[in-house]
Design a protein. Structure first.
Length: 111
């Protein structure tokens, strides 16, 4: 059985290959992540991380267009009504978490 930090999958020969999670999620390293936050402080990441803050700003506009009431629905249920949209940078070390100490872009929702 694979360890917690690894994942098994079949390669093109049908053999199981163990892929360490740090390798699987390395594409998140040093990228910028759009994060929504509600009035209770719960956070929700949107989309995959982007290479630049400018790409995040462009995507923020699309998110606001898709969600004009600042609500995220999932399977017909309200998942979140956000108060802020921020862009944080992910670290370059697994588990590639966001550095919450600095927002590179921020918007307040107007409810």
């Amino acid at each position: 059985m694979a360890e917690e930090s690894e994942e098994s999958k079949e390669d093109n020969t049908g053999e199981n290959v163990v892929i360490p999670r740090d390798e699987k999620y390395r594409l998140f390293a040093n990228k910028y992540q759009i994060v929504l936050e509600d009035d209770e402080g719960r956070k929700l990441t949107m989309q995959h991380p982007f290479a630049t803050v400018q790409e995040c700003e462009e995507e923020a506009g699309k998110i606001n267009t898709r969600h004009p009431f600042h609500e995220v629905m999932w399977d017909g249920q309200l998942k979140m009504k956000w108060r802020t949209l921020n862009v944080y940078k992910r670290s370059n070390v697994y588990p590639y978490t966001c550095d919450w100490s600095k927002s590179y872009y921020s918007e307040e929702a107007t409810h």
